[in-house]
Design a binder for this molecule. Structure first.
Ligand code: AMP
Length: 631
């Protein structure tokens, strides 16, 4: 048995001793008495009786050995700023922020809602909340006021923290008026809003008695030292909202000790990062990837983390590789969407910079198609590791673990079950285990490992109902993803169980059709949705972005391309999966985090209302879809 397989087996069969060992990676103020309390399935409590603190583990613990090492490097191509904070300086900044927050009456268990751009103060605020034992809830800065208000009402924060504005592609995004509107809409508005004034929006007006100016208060609290509030391991560290099948967002609740342990181990086993090295995660602090691998993970591991505010192609498509070269980045983490964006750019940018420091490039968040995976792997010349996880889990479910054994990448697959996860690929009909190359529903046998969500904020029943009721006779956590395992044990994700389409009684994943369409050489990106069909129940419909637009510039060209693509799908999957049409666009409707707005796309294709579009990256995509549908 290989080293990794052995580790995985031990993590399941010897669960408690495995995690007791892993728990030694972090500092415990008080040691735990019990590794796991699973007396109330599916609720798991890890490291019972132990007391710890995320901020202490991420910052204070390193001061003696790496106080002068950079902890946080902030790079903004929006404001042309670069600023580095050593662990000592980060400690000082977090203490000032914690002192300001505490002065507003915020303490253990109180919620603080952050609506922040990618600036150092966002990281200070998260760590400051952790220091105080307050529960942060970061709302991604792209959410509209109404979505923000819904999160305010669910979390009932005592304090909100924001900035005057963010910047995207040189354009100011005014945060403060949006927060004003959200607070106005909320039924449980916070008493105070702390504003970090970046000086971008010169017009914003403080609301008297409610708004507090961070810069002024930070001056008053200069030099403050705020003692760490030690939390019981399973006390909440944060809430992060995620959407599900219903309109109401779910507050994913994370614990403290389990999360710290899971992240600490993943930094070594999965990301293969070493203390003192540098990690560059291109996500946003508003997403789970930002929480785990911009902020907490690398800092807990004593690494330098890069906080990047800007686009991947501005000032040019070499910017990320320049950052890798300038800062000798060892571990990088990005998304398939970003990879596809870069794939459309001049490949010379990748050759321009010295990437020799980089050991691995990790991608996650959405399916990574095989051609993009292959392209990036060749272009970067380093292992590109696709790994799979969810907001709910907080750290990877499927991955390779180059910290344990060299990565044997298989294109299109996020690899193997991560240690701690007892994954089951089950036949939908009878919940029996699917065989090799047989499609199944990906589930996790509880208890969920440390780091995973412990409940839905304020709603234990919803946690059980949403995630543990897929199979009536078995208590299993549903990922809502289809998967298939090949004979070598590599798992492939075939899309959400909730996006399945049914064509003439045959169930087909839209993701599978997308893969097939992607096999055509001229396809850069494609989205397939199921649309109602009077005869077959549903038919797939494809929206494609081509690499060479000249080929679809004329009607005759479009027809020819469509025929070629349909023939490709026939070849890859068979006529049953053949899309009804292939419509050409230059932009797909996506959220800021790169997720396809599949439901909206499907609704438009069926002539229905596209629903909630507050997270859309570029509304122009909708017009394109509407126009394409008219052709
Ligand atoms: P989120 O919680 O928003 O990150 O979304 C999680 C979902 O994104 C998963 O349930 C998958 O459907 C999808 N996902 C995340 N990572 C991957 C991956 N590496 N491959 C395929 N799908 C992924």
């Amino acid at each position: 048995m290989g080293a990794y397989a052995d580790l995985h087996r031990r993590s399941i069969t010897d669960r408690e001793s495995f995690w007791a060992e892993e728990a030694q990676r972090i500092h415990w103020h008080r040691p735990f008495d019990q590794v796991l309390d699973y007396s109330r399935p599916p609720f798991a409590k890890w490291f019972v009786g132990g007391q710890t603190n995320l901020c202490y583990n991420a910052v204070d613990r390193h001061l003696a050995t790496r106080g002068d090492q950079p902890a946080l490097v902030y790079i903004s191509t929006e404001t042309d700023t670069e600023k580095s904070y050593t662990y000592n300086e980060l400690h000082d900044a977090v203490n000032v922020m914690a002192s300001v927050i505490a002065a507003q009456g915020v303490g253990r268990g109180d919620r603080v809602l952050l609506y922040m751009p990618m600036i150092p103060e966002a990281v200070f605020a998260m760590l400051a909340c952790a220091r105080l034992g307050a529960v942060h809830s970061v709302v991604f800065g792209g959410f509209a006021a109404a979505s923000c208000a819904a999160r305010i009402d669910d979390a009932k924060p005592k304090l909100m923290i924001t900035a005057d504005a963010g910047l995207r592609g040189g354009k100011a995004i005014h945060y403060k008026p949006l927060v004003d509107e959200a607070v106005r809409l909320a039924k449980h508005p916070p008493r105070h809003v702390l504003v970090v004034n970046r000086g971008i929006d010169k017009e914003w007006q403080p609301v008297p008695g409610r708004d507090l100016l961070y810069t002024a208060l930070a001056g008053n609290h200069a030099g403050a030292q705020v003692p760490v509030t030690w939390l019981e391991s399973s006390e909440p560290s944060y809430i992060l909202y995620t959407s599900g099948t219903t309109g109401k967002p779910k507050g994913v609740q994370r614990d403290t000790g389990g999360y710290a342990v899971a992240l600490a181990g993943s930094m070594q086993h999965i990301y293969d990062g070493r203390p003192g090295e540098t990690m560059f995660t291109t996500s946003d602090v508003g997403w789970v990837v930002g929480h785990s691998y911009i902020v907490y993970g690398p800092l807990i591991h004593g690494m330098t983390t890069i906080l990047y505010e800007g686009l991947p192609i501005r000032p040019d498509a070499g910017i990320w590789w320049k950052i890798v070269a300038d800062h000798k980045v060892n571990v990088m983490f990005s998304s398939p969407t970003a990879a596809r964006v870069l794939k459309k750019q001049d490949p010379a940018y990748l050759k321009k910079y010295d990437l020799s420091s980089l050991r691995h490039l990790f991608l996650a968040g959405e399916p990574l198609d095989e051609p993009t995976h292959r392209w990036l792997h060749d272009a970067v010349g380093k292992p590109v590791i696709d790994h799979y996880w969810q907001t709910e889990t907080g750290w990877p479910i499927l991955s390779l673990a180059p910290g344990i054994e060299p990565a044997q990448v298989k294109y299109g697959s996020p690899g193997f079950p991560v240690y701690g996860y007892d994954l089951k690929l089950l036949r939908e009909a009878d919940a029996t285990e699917a065989g090799p190359n047989e499609k199944g529903v990906l589930t996790i046998a509880p208890p969920l490992p440390p780091g995973c969500m412990t409940t839905v904020w304020g709603d234990d029943a919803r946690f059980v109902e949403t995630y543990f009721r897929t199979f009536p006779d078995q208590l299993l956590y549903a990922t809502f993803d289809w998967g298939v395992r090949d004979a070598d044990g590599y798992t492939f994700i075939l899309g959400r169980t909730d996006d399945v389409i049914n064509v003439a009684g045959h169930r087909i994943g839209t993701r599978e059709i997308e893969e097939a369409v992607q096999a055509h050489a001229n396809i850069a990106e494609v989205a397939v949705v199921g649309v109602a069909d009077a005869v077959k129940g549903q038919m797939p419909l494809a929206f494609a972005v081509v690499r060479d637009a000249a080929k679809v510039a004329t009607e005759a060209g479009r027809v020819a391309q469509e025929q070629e693509i349909l023939a490709t799908v026939d070849r890859q999957l068979g006529g049953i999966a053949r899309p009804k049409r292939v419509l050409f666009v230059t932009l797909l409707p996506k959220t800021r985090s790169g997720k396809l707005l599949r439901r909206s796309l499907q609704a438009l294709a069926e002539g229905r209302d596209p629903g909630d579009l507050t997270t859309i990256e570029d509304p122009a995509a909708l017009e394109q879809i509407r126009n394409a549908l008219l052709t």
